[in-house]
Design a protein around this ligand. Sequence first.
Ligand SMILES: [Zn+2]
Length: 473
Amino acid sequence: MDRTAHRDAPGEMTHAGNEETGGLRVTLYRAAWVLPVASAPIRDGAVLVGADGRIAAVAPRPAIEPPEGARVVELGEAALMPGLVNVHAHPELAHYKGALEDLRFRDWILRLVGSKRAALHDADYDAAARWTLVESLRAGVTTLGATEMSAAALHALRDAGMRGIVYREVFGPDPAQADASMADLRAAVDGLRAHATDLVHVGVSPHAPYTVSDALFAAAAQYAVAEGLPVAVHAAESAAERGLVERGEGDFAPGLRARGIATPVRGTSTVEMLDRLGVLRARPLLIHCVTVTPDDVRRIAGSGSAVAHCPVANARLGHGVAPYAELAQAGVCVGLGTDSVGSNNRLDLLEEARIASILHRARLASPDALPAAELLRLCTLDGARALGLDARIGTLEPGKDADLCAVSLAAPHARPVHDPAAAVFHAAQGTDVVLAAVRGRVLMEGGRVLTLDAEALGARVEDAAGRLRAVLA
Ligand SMILES: [Zn+2]
């Protein structure tokens, strides 16, 4: 199903906020391998990028002569491919890497929320979001789906020159709070939208069933549909969530009841509940979907909703493995996400993909689940489709925006190369990424992020992490 209809029209390029493309030079990239995704890998390939930041040609090296005055970039023993798309992260939580280890899900969330309140301020979220982007760009991620309570990610993405959707989170488990939460959401979205560009979009995220009432889910979905805003929801993640939705019990129920919030049975499953409340009409990005049933998979597919598959975070928090194969087979558009570093610790999409493949082979006792070519598509075109951005990015094809990533295959751990996709996803790692560009603009080169001050940000993040440690101790 086409998920782009309510987003950008293909080829649309507004000029407001498009200062990023100013001053680009025509550039010819050459690499030992070009992986266009839309077609077979090209040995000794080349990609020509125009001054408008769009891809002008993709072909074997001898077929493209550098135009007069063009910059020629020789990438050598590397695979040049579309920039990676991380469909789900929480940039403002960068301080939590390694801070919340080995906890039950409810305790993990309570510790996170409590320590945020006690130790962190707006400036910390700003530093965290930028730090997340430094880490992402160094790993070849050029597009990010970010769920956030602050405006930090939107400004960080803009300043970094990256592409993304910032889904403003809304919370409120008490139905009596719904109107106030919606007023807050509308005001926040109005504020964010004023800063949106044609690279950075604004959406909404009613957080999850254990933090959002039925009334708030319904109101947020109605608002999103009316305003044409993309939606993301954490859904069907854990046994604790299932207990709350399906039985009004489980780990989350006593805490809610202690706050005077009733815990009725809300559906036969989270997905059924979201369907009943009109949330699926907004064709949301459903984050996780670990505990979905065959009926849920049919509902997700039928509604044209997408799924953010976060295999490492799901495994590390002990939730399980989402049924990727069943979702994909049903025609659901699935992208790959890292989730926050509080649950994953890394933002390395190459590693995420490799672990996804290994988990699904173990789960299905199958040696051919998620082969390398599919991992390549999952991290690029499928992610772009899940975010509704595939008219612009996700493949290397003439006319598309030149969002690029190059992975060096020169290190001993990556050689020899028999199949370039297998080398990228099963031998190389995020630290092998040597280039990241968005719409033709190089944002990271040789490990150095050109648009953010990594050293200064590192100091700010360490400072906040120190305060956090004191609170968490
Ligand atoms: Zn998340």
